[in-house]
Design a protein around this ligand. Structure first.
Ligand code: JFZ
Length: 604
């Protein structure tokens, strides 16, 4: 039946992430690695608990770039709007001129804070100075700031810090500590200044550190100082930099992008959601549309449903979601951001108990959704309703006390079947964003759950076996691939890669099919030209299915990585129970493909 598979380091969570981290280092090389630091010090900051409990943060990118709105000299730019100075290679002198007409008179700190409060946000982080070098606060260090260089002449950061704290939320500043395209010694402006003549130490000494000291002295208690894209300092220098700031506000948390693994919590790359639970404090950051800073023509907003599910997913893996909005140059938050944040807040009003203060779920991701935990409780976040109305909690061998709907507290019938719990769900709207049920239990928490087979059920339209949950053999291994759509619009997908040798390389999924029947099997993968036209074989239940790989495109981190969903087989499953689904190349050749997932669709 179940054969023994060796080499399953990737089934052990800490190792998986160690591997991903190593791979990330080698794949992306030095500069990317410097930019994308998601390591934390490993030491627990004494003030970390509020952050772990908070779960939902609001990120705000607001600067001179917001005033430009993604357009320069009649040309529209797509991607990260806050990079427009760099994209258009705008000379410092010309960029400074834009400040003369930046007048955000519509800015209202209380309205922003009220919106965050209504949305269920627990902390707000705003860009005090982004890579463009423009300070959105009253700085004595430079005149390139909102008070000295614009007709607005006031300090919006002061007002916002107070308004946010008045609403009982934590407040923090984003500060670009190395990249500064305005300063001759700052990082990365190569169009005005010769990089080889720069003295980064001087920049740190004369601008970054003094401005950070202003921010950490004049704006009250900061929950977070959110550093970004480290550079120009050794580990020792970074440690000194950190120490010199820590004395000012020892209770402030520093983001991992301070560099060299010296941050207090881990920040995942933009739009990067880890596949499995992560220990320690961490945060995933997503922007509401495609850009961080305001772009007039970027109307690609994530729906309330997506936001709510991202939030639940982050919480189910033990982390936070910090969602970004980009107010415009007049000081207004885009209408859709306002509306969709409020929608999210309405859901949290009712379901907040299942998010705030929770820890990672005990039940691994299911076809119906995810789980979060509080002592003695599992919150079941159901966003796909099983067709038969029966919710399966596989292998939950604790004593169940009670199951009820979180909204309205309606008590539900359930029964035990072997080690499984089966819950009779009430009907709820098919378009419900996320319906939460509470399972109260007694007994201690076993630790072996994560080895549980992946559930494939006939009660859902589709079952997704994600690459991150595969066991691999030989050269096959799991890798986190980074690529982008628009400029700076990074995407991250975990894939099985490296399967090239038919004798040694294999990808395997341990699954449990809960309803017999016919299933369509679909492979979702990316396949480079040199990988195309190779034969592969998928096996399940003593049946072998051959397929040939199809060309999708080349892999380049600066371009979209295209995935195809190729149906490869229909299979009859006669009995419910555990199965092994494996995939391997037929011959010895190039990497077969980059496998993102295997989808199983019941045929009714
Ligand atoms: C940085 C900035 O350059 C960008 O403008 C924005 O502020 C964003 C939040 O952070 O860009 C990065 C940094 C790290 C990653 C991607 C973009 N990363 O780790 O995926």
């Amino acid at each position: 039946m179940k054969e023994k598979v060796t080499l399953s380091y990737n089934r052990s969570w800490p190792y998986l992430f160690f591997w991903m981290f190593l791979l990330k280092m080698t794949v992306q090389g030095q500069t990317m690695d410097e930019m994308w630091d998601n390591r934390a010090s490993g030491k627990e900051h004494p003030n970390i608990q509020w952050f772990k409990d908070a779960k939902f943060g609001l990120f705000i990118h607001w600067g001179l770039y917001s005033h430009l709105g993604g357009e320069w000299k009649g040309k529209r730019y797509y991607g990260s709007g806050e990079w427009i100075m760099n994209r258009a290679k705008i000379p410092v002198k010309e960029y400074e001129v834009a400040a003369a007409s930046f007048n955000p008179t519509q800015f209202n700190a209380d309205e922003w804070a009220q919106l965050a409060k209504d949305a269920g946000i627990k902390y707000v982080v705003i860009t005090a100075k982004h890579h463009e070098g423009f300070a959105m606060f009253d700085s004595k260090v430079s005149t390139f700031d909102i008070v000295d260089a614009t007709p607005y002449k006031r300090d919006p950061m002061k007002l916002l810090a107070d308004a946010v704290r008045k609403q009982g939320m934590q407040f923090g500043f984003y500060y670009s500590q190395f990249q500064d395209w305005h300063d001759p010694n700052g990082g990365k402006n190569t169009w005005d200044f010769d990089e080889s003549k720069k003295d980064y130490q001087t920049y740190y000494r004369q601008k970054a550190i003094p401005q950070l000291k202003e921010l950490m002295t004049n704006y009250g208690d900061l929950g977070i100082v959110w550093f970004d894209t480290p550079g120009g300092l050794t580990k020792e220098q970074t440690q000194q930099f950190v120490d010199s700031l820590r004395i000012l506000q020892p209770q402030s948390l520093f983001s991992s992008r301070v560099g060299h693994g010296l941050g207090d919590y881990r920040d995942y790359g933009d739009s990067e959601m880890p596949a499995t639970p992560i220990k320690g404090a961490w945060e995933s950051i997503y922007t509401h549309n495609d850009s961080w800073g305001y772009i007039k023509h970027d109307m690609n907003f994530k729906t309330p449903e997506t936001i709510i599910q991202l939030l639940a997913e982050a919480a189910s893996k033990g982390g936070n979601l910090m969602l970004n909005v980009g107010p415009d140059g007049s000081g207004r938050i885009p209408e859709y951001s306002v509306r969709f944040l409020r929608e999210t807040g309405k859901w949290l009003q009712i379901n907040g108990e299942s998010i705030y203060g929770t820890t990672e779920g005990l039940i691994p991701q299911q076809p119906w959704g995810v789980t979060t935990s509080k002592p003695g409780k599992q919150y079941l976040h159901v966003w796909n309703r099983p067709h038969n109305g029966e919710l399966l909690i596989p292998a939950f061998n604790r004593q169940v006390k009670k199951v009820y709907a979180l909204a309205g507290r309606q008590v539900l019938n359930w029964h035990k079947q072997g080690n499984d719990i089966r819950i009779d769900l009430p009907t709820f709207p098919i378009d419900a964003k996320n319906t939460v049920f509470v399972l109260e239990y007694m007994g201690k928490v076993p630790t072996d759950e994560k080895e549980a087979p992946l559930i494939v059920s006939g009660c859902f339209d589709e079952n997704v076996l994600k690459a991150a949950f595969a066991k691999t053999e030989g050269n096959a291994h799991i890798e986190n691939l980074t690529y982008s759509h628009y400029y700076g619009d990074w995407k991250h997908t975990t894939c099985v890669v490296g399967m090239a040798n038919g004798k040694t390389d294999k990808t395997q999924f341990d699954i449990r099919i809960t309803e017999p029947g016919d299933y369509q099997i679909i492979l979702e993968y990316a396949c480079q030209p040199e990988s195309a036209n190779q034969e592969g074989m998928l096996s399940i239940s003593d049946q072998n299915f051959y397929f040939k790989t199809l060309h999708t495109g080349s892999f380049d981190k600066k371009s979209p990585l295209l995935f195809i969903k190729q149906p490869v087989a229909t299979v009859a499953i006669e009995r419910s129970g555990q199965y092994i689904l494996d995939i391997k190349p037929v011959a010895n050749g190039q990497e077969l493909f980059k496998l993102k997932a295997v989808l199983l669709k019941p045929i009714n």
